[in-house]
Design a protein around this ligand. Structure first.
Ligand code: ADP
Ligand code: MG
Length: 294
């Protein structure tokens, strides 16, 4: 009877757009007591929009946007998509980029018109070039972060030239789904590479008090291990390249179907429907299927 019950569960799952990796996954859904949620693209829509540009002395908004968009054109990150759309909306053409590379959770770099351009977290830029941003830019970045914005800095020729503030939107279903996780006995934790201000704003909006911000992809993996070290059985939900290591290490890795291939490959369950209620449904379905078996 067991294989049939499993088939029923997973068959129903595929109707609901829930892809379950195998029978062993079902057992894990019963044991999990903690659910770690990536912020961008998981709790939020990840459809980001540019809401402001601040430049260092002598730079123009459009040049900042043009340089950033040229490099971000090659990126799969939601901040990159926001920057490219904003440039196109202003009629700014995309200059070709050479030698593009991405540092997951930090930023991207490439050669634009023979200049090395970096676009990413301020702290990452400062570390890459061992130079600090002009004080006025650093202050604007702090202020924008305090208001819940995601801030991306742009540098070329060795100095930070400007910042772009980007806003995201919490999915309308997220707060309800987080209530449903709690009802299933799961403690939610918000985990993000983004800044404290942006993370806290989302935590407040959806009712999560345990918020961990500024965490690198390797740091996300460490958070999972640390929780497991405290006898927690951990589910992790994510969508990005930056979540892949944490998804693989979690007792139950769950990828948003809208996410990157790396996240899906690292996970035990994929929820095709891109919202957290789909994750609640997946856990409930898997647990119910087990109930049939026992
Ligand atoms: P999250 O955990 O919220 O999904 P990430 O770990 O992917 O966020 O990224 C953390 C931060 O690194 C972003 O908020 C952004 O500031 C910066 N970043 C990452 N990728 C890029 C990129 N392609 N362009 C600019 N900034 C980036
Ligand atoms: Mg994400």
């Amino acid at each position: 009877a067991t294989p049939t019950a499993l088939l029923v569960g997973t068959g129903r799952g595929s109707q609901l757009g829930i892809l379950i990796g195998g029978p062993q996954v079902l057992e894990q859904t019963r044991r999990v007591d903690t659910i770690v949620l990536d912020k961008t693209g998981t709790v939020t829509t990840g459809v980001m929009a540019v809401s402001g540009i601040t430049t260092a002395d002598g730079e123009e908004d459009d040049e900042i946007l043009a340089m950033a968009a040229a490099v971000e054109h090659g990126s799969e990150h939601p901040t990159g998509a926001a920057i490219v759309s904003a440039a196109l909306e202003r009629g700014i053409g995309l200059t070709p980029v050479e030698s593009f590379t991405a540092d997951a959770g930090s930023g991207v770099r490439g050669m634009v018109d023979d200049r090395l351009v970096l676009v990413g977290r301020m702290a990452w830029l400062e570390k890459e070039w061992s130079s600090s941003a002009p004080a006025a830019l650093a202050d604007s970045a702090k202020a924008a972060e305090g208001e819940g914005g995601t801030v991306v800095a742009i540098a070329w020729d060795g100095s930070v030239r400007g910042i772009i503030t980007i806003s995201d939107t919490v999915k309308h279903s997220s707060a309800e789904a987080i209530g449903r996780f709690r009802a299933l006995g799961l403690t939610p934790i918000l985990l993000t590479g983004d800044n404290e201000g942006a993370a806290a704003a989302v935590g407040t909006a959806v009712g999560i008090d345990d918020v961990r911000a500024g965490v690198s992809p390797a740091g996300k993996l460490d958070v999972i291990r640390e929780l497991q070290g405290h006898d927690r059985t951990v589910a992790m939900v994510g969508d990005g390249v930056n979540d892949a290591a944490a998804l693989a290490a979690a007792d139950l890795g769950i990828a948003m179907g809208s996410g990157t291939d790396a996240a899906i490959a690292a996970s035990d369950i994929t929820v095709v429907r891109g919202d957290l209620n789909g994750v609640v449904d997946a856990i409930r379905l898997a647990r119910r299927t087990l109930g049939v078996i026992k």
